[in-house]
Design a protein around this ligand. Structure first.
Ligand code: ARG
Length: 580
């Protein structure tokens, strides 16, 4: 596939690899990293130390040889120095960066390489449950999953975004029975019903189920009817789902989330096939009447083998059966080459077991399909406790978004009492702040939800990044130069150290995205954007733009910074504002 741009670390990697091959006939030991401190140069190669053991030579001697044999015909490297026991600090040539930034200005991918292979990727996230409120855990899944999907789409992959809604199971028998007895008109039309009403029916149905044997019996029969496709049971079920769907959709619209609904019910017909597949391969055992699979390495607290139940003793299927069917369908029908599932960390063991079982039965071939369960920590309130409202109820997501937007509006008004387009901008800043705050921490850790912190102007927040973007737009408005003409024959000159540092960081956008892709960590991108905003502010402090002899070149640097900030935010699912 055509590959116009490469990441600098990859190009340097090749140069050092070639040198290692020439000098020592080995090439698999080279590693290139971004330097962690300015005085270590721009990139580092610390591989001489590792190679020293292999080659029986002192690391400094190896480093010297590598540097002497570096092919610098592209003019990338200004100089290398050897530090300490044999670290190589690599300094890039400014003229190389000037050329690269000029090219990046003409590239609609902003210098980000296209992947070697375009992949078919199933990315599953959000996945709330019918007849229940979407909670903060689902909000995290939604925000993280959407950012990952946006990244993979921007990189050029073919992404199927799936919402694995919990819409199947025994609780529906109870709900259908309740509707039939007490709300029969709803079975024909539930368009007026709110999720709160549905949840109150759910509670009432549960009470009935526990105390009234005839209700319980009918509920159990309704489950069977539903699963075998009885038209009335199906109709009632789809009304119940529709009520939930409307309420979920409201959240998705506010957050600008696009998803294909494919809930648990989708896999219903495949469930007996899954059991048959396991039985035919002799992988299934009976344990207490249930069908289970034993997988090596999984033990319970008592140190005994921990089984994965795939069919309950009453013949019903469970969460694991559906997820196994999911693997089968996504690999065999969707032809997924990568499967990503975003859920809270509490489900990690479940996915480890289901994945092992899917490998065993042959649903997934790890050489052809990569699977990642993407776990995240729980949401905490600023007091360190689990996130709840004062009444002890779980906070409604729409209220939570309302509050962030309200506060964003207040802040905008405070800065400019005559501000225009307030609501639109407040919505962008409010929802953007919720998303950014969630994405900017390492997702695996628990996350403390704080309106005060997420809406701050200073620090690693959406507002700080947006503010850098807004500043650039105002610079562009204030300089009386036609940007289009400038962009048609761009010329970049890098003189001041802050300017060079900004240019280097701009050229590293692809490295940040590639790190986010590899580790599925959105905070790789937020860290990059935070540093970009900081480097931009330093550049703006140190380098005159308007009226300077470098005005045009610097205006172009501003322009590229603005574009990369906007693209980075877009990948995180955050829109930009022109003023704030
Ligand atoms: N509905 C589940 C929950 O609320 C999440 C589903 C996750 N996906 C899956 N394939 N099991 O916890």
């Amino acid at each position: 596939m055509l590959q116009t741009f490469r990441n600098i670390n990859d190009s340097l990697h090749d140069l050092f690899k070639d040198a290692a091959k020439k000098c020592f006939n080995i090439d698999d030991s080279i590693e290139i990293t971004q330097s962690t401190k300015d005085h270590f140069g721009d990139y580092q190669c610390n591989s001489a130390l590792k190679m020293s053991k292999e080659l029986g030579l002192p690391p400094r001697a190896i480093a010297e040889k590598l540097i002497a044999h570096l092919d610098n015909s592209l003019g990338m490297v200004k100089h290398c120095e050897i530090a300490g026991p044999g670290f190589i600090n690599i300094h890039l040539q400014e003229s190389f960066l000037e050329k690269e930034i000029t090219l990046t200005l003409g590239d609609d991918r902003l210098g980000v390489p296209t992947p070697d292979q375009k992949k078919r990727i199933v990315c599953e996230f959000s996945s709330p449950n019918v007849a229940k409120e979407m909670h903060v855990g689902h909000l995290r899944s939604t925000i993280i999953g959407d950012a990952l999907a946006r990244l993979l789409e921007f990189l050029g992959h073919d992404v199927l975004r799936l919402n694995h809604i919990g819409n199947w199971g025994t609780q529906f028998g109870m709900l259908i029975t309740y509707l039939k007895r007490f709300q029969p008109e709803v079975i024909d039309d539930a368009s007026e019903q709110a999720l709160e009403t549905l949840m109150s029916w759910y509670k009432a149905a549960k009470v009935k189920f526990d105390e009234d044997p005839s209700f319980k019996k009918q509920s159990q029969e309704e489950v069977v009817r539903l699963q075998s496709g009885d038209p009335i049971a199906r109709k009632a079920w789809s009304q119940i789902c529709e009520i939930s769907r409307r309420s979920f959709q409201e959240i998705y619209e506010r957050l600008d989330i696009c998803l294909t609904e494919r809930g648990e019910s989708y896999y219903n017909d495949m469930l007996p096939v899954v059991i048959r597949d396991f039985e035919e391969k002799g992988l299934c055992q009976i344990d207490d009447g249930a069908k289970v699979v034993f997988l090596s390495g999984f033990i319970n607290k008592e140190g005994e083998p921990l089984p994965l139940i795939i069919q309950k003793s009453d013949g019903g299927y469970n969460y694991a059966t559906t997820d196994l069917a999911g693997f089968k369908q996504r690999v065999q029908i969707e032809k997924a080459e990568r499967i990503i599932i975003v859920t809270d960390a509490g489900q990690a063991l479940h996915f480890q077991m289901v994945y092992q079982a899917a490998l065993k039965v042959g649903y997934i071939d790890p050489r052809k399909t990569r699977f990642d369960h993407v776990p995240f920590g729980v949401v905490l309130a600023p007091n360190g406790k689990k996130f709840k409202t004062r009444e002890g109820e779980t906070e409604k997501l729409s209220d939570l978004i309302d509050e962030a937007v309200r506060r964003a509006k207040e802040a905008l008004l405070e800065r400019d009492p005559k501000a225009e387009d307030l609501d639109e901008r407040a919505a962008i800043i409010g929802t953007g702040s919720i998303k950014y705050a969630d994405l900017s921490g390492n997702r695996v850790k628990d996350y403390t939800f704080s309106y005060d912190r997420m809406l701050q102007f200073e620090g690693n927040t959406a507002s700080f990044i947006l503010y850098a973007y807004v500043r650039i737009q105002s610079i562009k408005r204030n300089i009386d130069v036609d940007l289009k003409t400038l962009l048609s024959t761009p010329k970049i000159e890098l003189t001041h150290p802050s300017e060079i540092a900004l240019a280097l960081h701009l050229r590293r956008f692809g490295e940040a995205l590639s790190a986010m892709d590899e580790e599925l960590l959105p905070n790789r991108l937020t860290d990059y954007l935070f540093a970009l905003a900081e480097k931009f502010h330093a550049f703006f402090r140190d380098c005159h733009v308007m009226g300077s002899e470098h005005q045009n070149s610097r205006l172009l640097l501003c322009e590229l910074t603005g574009r990369i900030l906007a693209k980075g935010l877009q990948i995180l699912g955050i829109k930009t504002v022109e003023k704030m």
